[in-house]
Design a protein around this ligand. Sequence first.
Ligand code: SF4
Length: 408
Amino acid sequence: MIESDELGGVEKVNSWKPMPHGFSKLLVGSFVYLNESLSIPPQSENKLYLSVEINEKCPLTCKHCMYKRELTAELLERAEIISWLQEGRKDLVPIVWTSLNSKEPLATTELLLDIAETTHGHSDKQIIMTNALLLSPEIADQISPFFDYVDISLDGPPEIHDSIRGPGAFDRTWKNLKSAFYNDSFEKIGIITTLHIRNYDCLSRFLDLIKAELDPPRDRLEVTVNLYVGWPDDPMRLNQDQVFELLRVLERHPLKTRFPLPASYTHMTANIFKEFGLCLADLMYDEATGIPSVDFNGHKIVLFNHVAHNSCMLRVSVDGFIYFGCVHLMTPGKVDRFAIVDVRRDSLAEVAKRVFSGEAFPNRLFASDTGCESRECYKYCLGGDRLGGYYLEGKARDPYCPILNLTS
Ligand code: SF4
C-alpha cells in the first residue's frame, strides 16, 4: 500500500474513522443498473463495485474524453490481470457490479473476452461501456453471454455527435445500437449522453430522435443524461443556469431519463431543489445499491452523495494501480500518487479489507474540514466533491463550490 506520507503530508491513515456516508463521494459509473423501489434507505452494508480498464486504445479523440492522465507503469500483462481477478473470485469478494471499460474495450475484443469470461458471474451484473462503433451484430453475439448490460455513449443528434467524434461516427453507433436493441442482445441497454458547452442545447432534439426511432420501454433501454466532469476552470463545464435549462427541457419531455448529479455539481443541488420545487423527503432508494433519486416529472435525478450504503468503486487501471472512483482520470500527468494499492502487490480481498476497515483511506479525504456543515446547503450536498478536492488540492474541500471559494 502507498504510505500516507507519499500522499503529500496526509495524516496517518490509521486515524481514519468512517463517517455515516463515508464512501458516498466515490460511487460513479453505470446508472443502467438502478431500480428505485424503496422509500426509506435500505439496511446499511458495505458495497463494492469494480471497474476494470481493458486497454489504452480508441479510434476516436473526443474533446470531452476523461482520459487525461498519463500511464505510470507498463501495461499489465493479460495473464497478470486475469490471475489477479481469478484470485479475487476465489476469495469470494462480493461485488455489486463489474464494469469493463476504457479506452474502447471493443478495440481489443479478444482481451475483453478473456477478462469478461474471468469476471462474469462474480458480480450481480456485468456491464460493458463502449462507443459501440465496433459493436456489430456478430460482436454483440460474441460478447453478450458475458454481459448483462451495455452502456453506449452518444453525444447528441448526428451532426453534433459527428462534430465531436468524427464524420460517420453517429451512423455506425446508431446502427449497432438499434441492432442490439431489436435483437435483445443484452438484458438492458443504456445510452449515456454527456453534456457540455458544445452540445447541451441539443438535448431536446436528441431525446426526440431516440423516442421516434426506438420508443423504448424503460425496462429495456435507459437513457442517462450525464454532465461533463472537468476541473473548475474547464470551459466545457456547464454553469448553474445551463443545468437549469437542461432540467426545463427534461421537465417537458415525454422520454423519461436519469439525470445523475455528479459529485462535482453537488453544490448546485440545493438551488436545483428550490428552483424546481423538489423535496429531500421524497428520495427513493435503489434496493441493491442504496443510491437515491428524486422523481422529476417521471425522470430521476440521482444524488450519489446521499447513497445509503458504504459504497466504494475501485477502478483498476491498465497500468496496475487501484483508485477510488475515476476522478483521477481528469488529472493531467502521472497520477499514481493518488493510487491506494498496486495490483502487482495486493489481492482484491486485501484491498476490500483495507477499504472497508477504513485503513486504505487517507483521512483528509473524508474528514469534516470543509467548514460547511452548518450551512443549509449541506443537507443537500453533504460537503460536495471531496474526492475532487483531494485529487486537485490534496484536501477534502470541494474545489467547485462557489460558497467555499468565496470564503476561502
Ligand atoms: S458550502 Fe459545503 S455544503 Fe454548501 S454547497 Fe458548498 S460544499 Fe456543499
